[in-house]
Design a protein around this ligand. Structure first.
Ligand SMILES: Cc1ncc(COP(=O)(O)O)c(C=O)c1O
Length: 385
């Protein structure tokens, strides 16, 4: 039987994943400098309060609203501020599901969305699984990372339906500037495109950004349809609760919300318990975020201290987010380097190519690892990269 052409041709793991699985099956103890799952990073979660929030009487009743429960949406609107209202929000079972709903909303099979590159590697498959094509548009590094709005404009075709940006971007950490926002919204308005903005890392600023826009919600009246995506995975470091959301603004918002509600109604995928718990979870989130933020800052400082003793290595600025780009002499391919580090010093890093960084000379490290493991990982890899 033939499977859908939306799927990959095969499901073979890449060389790094295959090596990782082999070493784990051999019982090798590995240090993971790619860890992005906060539940594995030794944070102190307010366990009793989380359990209580998920054990309220309301978790036993089921009164589905395709937009998501009003109380959860009110709490999320209050978390964002900037005049966001409960009626501007739709709940999803993750940011990934948010993308899937938006791609269904905006495109027909064969239509295109423009995505920044380097960025979140899932865009390609999230688009393909909805029958769309994600066209990468290269960002450039000049003192800091910049979106190339001219290149976005040049990439628009009659099939383009939307532009996706990540604010701050993963893994480059760059926040949108006010100038980029003005240019992007102007481009989308002229070409009849929607603008999708993923702000899952918005609450994790690390270094100053010139001309920083902040959240796109600071623009109350954008000239094009704007869809903001976020969720508890990063806002509360609670990915296991599977709660994301989409905020809708700009021209056509009423119609877009009605169409999204129709789409969400076919699945009703957000669990009642997480919706009932959401107001409490968002109250608890700030304490969890503080721990994450101080971990990110501490690991960045550790990295800078280690780099001072290794002048052949450097890092790119990190305006925000959970990752850092380590620059190394490109004496071999980044993927070969990552494989070498895994085999020889039992430490996992991501090659820049996993996030579509062009060329070689970059490794991507997560700043989330427990501090002693991060330090130990740097001690192991620095002599070898
Ligand atoms: C830019 C970006 N968006 C979304 C997500 C995932 O969010 P969710 O767990 O809500 O699907 C990630 C996860 O790393 C991410 O890097």
């Amino acid at each position: 039987m033939r499977l859908s052409s939306r799927l990959p041709q095969g499901f073979e793991p890449n060389a790094l994943s295959a090596a990782l699985a082999r070493l784990r099956s051999e019982g090798r103890e590995l240090l993971d400098l790619t860890v992005s799952n906060p539940t594995h990073c030794g944070f102190t979660y307010p366990e009793a309060e989380l359990r209580a929030a998920l054990a309220q009487p309301a978790v036993l009743s089921y009164d589905p609203d395709p937009l998501g429960s009003r109380s959860a949406r009110e709490a999320i609107a209050a978390h964002h501020g900037h005049g966001l209202r409960a009626e501007d929000l739709l709940l999803t079972a993750s940011t990934s599901e948010g993308y899937a709903l938006l791609f269904k909303l905006l495109g027909d099979p064969g239509d295109e969305v423009l995505v920044p590159s380097p960025s979140y590697p899932l865009f390609d498959w999230l688009a393909r699984l909805e029958g769309l094509i994600a066209r990468p548009v290269l960002s450039y590094f000049h003192d800091r990372w910049h979106l190339d709005v001219g290149a976005f404009a040049a990439a628009v075709t009659s099939r383009t339906r939307a532009i996706v940006v990540v604010n701050p971007n993963n893994p480059t950490g760059q926040f949108l500037s006010k100038t980029e926002w003005g240019e992007l919204t102007g481009l989308c308005a002229r070409k009849g495109l929607a603008l999708l903005v993923d702000e899952v890392f918005m609450d994790y600023p690390l270094q100053p950004t010139p001309d920083r826009l902040g959240t796109v919600l600071t623009d109350p009246d954008p000239p094009c349809p704007v869809f903001l995506l976020s969720g508890l995975s990063k806002v509360a470091a609670l990915p296991q609760l599977k709660l994301g959301w989409i905020a809708v603004r700009g021209p056509g918002a009423t119609e877009h919300k009605a169409a999204l509600a129709f789409l969400a109604d076919q699945y009703l995928s957000v669990s009642a318990p997480v919706q009932a718990a959401a107001p409490t979870l968002l109250t608890l989130a700030s304490g969890i975020r503080e721990q994450v933020l101080s971990r990110l800052r501490a690991n960045l400082a550790t990295l800078d201290t280690a780099l001072a003793a290794h002048p052949r290595l450097s890092r790119l600025p990190v305006e925000g987010g959970w990752s850092v780009l380590l620059r190394r002499p490109a004496v071999d391919a980044d993927e070969a380097c990552a494989l070498r580090l895994l085999e020889s010093v039992s430490t996992l890093v991501h090659p820049g190519s996993f996030f579509d960084l062009p060329g070689d000379g970059h490794l991507v490290l997560s700043l989330l690892a427990p501090q002693n493991q991060f330090q130990e990982g740097l001690d192991r890899i620095f002599p070898q990269v």
